[in-house]
Design a protein around this ligand. Structure first.
Ligand code: ADP
Length: 539
């Protein structure tokens, strides 16, 4: 497939914005419109919608190297979060499609070349895929933004390059996976073989469709497994495109199978399939419990889970406030607030609290919301009506509590799923907005007095995915990084996602780690081979 170049007109619209889509204008407080509470209304922000210049080419399941319809013939619509309109109708998988895909993966594992081929050859296919990602980066980025609603600048400048980077990282591992020689007591030569686990079932969410594809598919393929991937029903398009590129890169048929569809109909049969040897899931904690139970009740397949979070972002009294405000803003609002590790509890020391709140509010009011295809846009729509309604429910619960609404709190426009960047201050731990994962552009700011107290409060949650600490003191940073019970602690930074850095959760944020060397452990069996050093008397 040749790289497609898009019309210069499209890219002019990306680079030459009209004033109507930005929340910013030259008005006194920086806003063009205000609602009854004096906040930016920004309805104009979402009126102009750019027509993406791509055709959706791949909508069927990818099974055994072919794009095929569902066994039932059913399809479902994937929607444009900017408008709620249909982008394309996609094959809707169910148990029968999952079974076809698992059979193809089984055959490719048991009889195909993939697990046995020289690891260097596997590595070269992953590298060729990464090259094709770069060659087709514009189309991939446009599709990702169209299906998900995230800013095009984020898709094109950060996520597609990261997709290629992740596969090059895993390509590097493919031919460096090996076992040990073990010094055992007695007359024995003992070695461990690190073997692929078999057929992996993988279920991914919609917030980073291509990066979640890479986190799952990369390590599994590097280790020589075959796969069935179930994409999220909100964002099925880019994984299918990536699947097509993988076959162009020379991946043997049946190694990577992709089924689109809904959770209970397509995800559940994958989790409970008797011929799936391993399950990896990213999504909500509630669904994580469901798939873990399905795996346990079927064939006890090992499960890795990357689940929800309610991550603290702690601003110490010695912090540079302007920088802390900016980073806390990014930690929460990035990707429309749709990050499992979002810094969604902003703890601020009491001595700098009032200044921080004032500046956090000003920053949120400056946030550029609008059509994610337009240049300068920081925030697009939430992914779908369900997520939109959920976020609005949490905002209502905040309004009904004693928290103070500093800004935002309302929908923008009357189509699509745009929400005003929202900031609550005076938030207390017993409020729903401080306890639950909102997964939207809603910042909750809490006040603390000293480090012992904030450590205790930060850890007082069922989650443990990530945490952020903002301080100039090395001593404070070291103390916090040791005390916080979370899979990642970012110090004076946030959302740093290098391919080599492991990611995963403590407590109800998950089981196991993705990325880095740790992710390989999820896709390998360790076999001990024991043989006498010298022929024993009994043979
Ligand atoms: P969210 O609520 O953010 O959409 P979910 O955890 O429900 O998160 O979804 C993440 C992934 O899990 C999606 O691919 C979804 O289709 C899938 N899923 C949802 N319900 C189930 C289920 N009962 N069994 C298996 N997979 C499911």
């Amino acid at each position: 497939m040749a790289a497609r170049r898009f019309s210069p007109l499209f890219f002019r619209s990306l680079s030459a914005p009209s004033s109507s889509f930005l929340t910013r204008s030259s008005g006194k407080n920086g806003f063009s419109g205000r609602n009854s509470k004096g906040f930016a209304t920004t309805a104009a922000a979402v009126e102009e919608i750019i027509n993406p210049p791509v055709q959706v080419s791949y909508t069927q399941h990818l099974i055994n190297g072919n794009f095929v319809d569902s066994a039932s013939g059913k399809t479902f619509p994937t929607l444009d979060p900017r408008t709620g309109e249909v982008i394309a109708h996609v094959a809707e998988g169910d148990a029968e499609d999952i079974d076809r895909a698992v059979k193809a993966a089984r055959k490719a594992f048991d009889e195909g070349p993939w697990p046995k081929m020289p690891a260097y050859e596997r590595s070269r296919i992953l590298l060729r895929f990464a090259d094709l990602v770069e060659k087709n980066s514009e189309e991939l980025a446009i599709l990702e933004t169209w299906d998900n609603g995230k800013p095009y600048e984020q898709s094109s400048k950060s996520e597609i390059p990261m997709l290629a980077r992740l596969f090059r990282y895993y390509a590097g591992w493919a031919d460096k996976i090996h076992g040990l020689t073990v010094p055992a007591d007695g007359n024995y030569h003992v070695q461990t073989l690190h073997e692929p686990i078999g057929v992996a079932g993988q279920i991914i969410p919609w917030n980073f469709p291509l990066l979640m594809f890479a986190w799952k598919v990369g390590p599994a393929l590097a280790c020589g497994n075959t796969l069935v991937l179930k994409t999220a029903e909100q964002t099925p398009l880019t994984a299918l495109y990536a699947g097509k590129l993988f076959h162009e890169a020379g991946l043997p048929d049946g190694v990577l199978n992709i089924v689109s569809g809904y959770g209970p109909e397509a995800g559940a049969p994958l989790a409970s399939h008797m011929d799936v040897d391993k399950l990896a899931f990213t999504g909500s904690t509630e669904t994580g419990k469901v798939v873990l139970e399905l795996a346990a009740k079927s064939n006890l397949k090992p499960v890795t889970l990357e689940l929800g979070g309610k991550s603290p972002f702690i601003v110490c009294e010695d912090a540079d406030i302007d920088k802390a405000v900016e980073l806390a803003h990014f930690a929460l609002f990035f990707n429309q607030g749709q990050c499992c590790c979002a810094g969604s509890r902003t703890y601020v020391h009491e001595r700098v609290y009032d200044e921080f709140v004032e500046k956090a509010k000003a920053r949120a009011l400056r946030r550029a919301v609008g059509d994610p295809f337009k240049k300068g846009i920081e925030q697009g729509p939430q992914v779908d009506s369900e997520q939109f309604e959920k976020v609005m429910r949490y905002i209502r619960s905040g309004l009904e509590s004693d928290a103070v609404l500093e800004c935002g709190g309302e929908r923008i426009g009357n189509k699509g799923y745009f929400i005003q960047p929202t900031v609550f201050s005076n938030v207390k731990e017993d409020m729903l907005i401080a306890r639950d994962e909102i997964f939207g552009p809603v910042q909750s700011i809490l006040k603390f007095k000293d480090l012992d107290e904030v450590i205790q409060r930060a850890n007082n949650t069922r989650y443990g995915l990530a945490a952020g600490v903002f301080t100039r003191s090395l001593e404070t940073a070291n103390r916090m990084t040791r005390a916080l019970r979370a899979g990642t602690v970012w110090v004076n930074c946030f959302d740093v996602f290098d391919a080599a850095i492991p990611f995963g959760g403590y407590k109800m944020s998950g089981i196991g780690r993705e990325k880095g060397i740790y992710s390989l452990h999820n896709y390998l069996q360790v076999k001990a081979v024991v043989a006498p050093l010298k022929n024993p008397a009994w043979i």
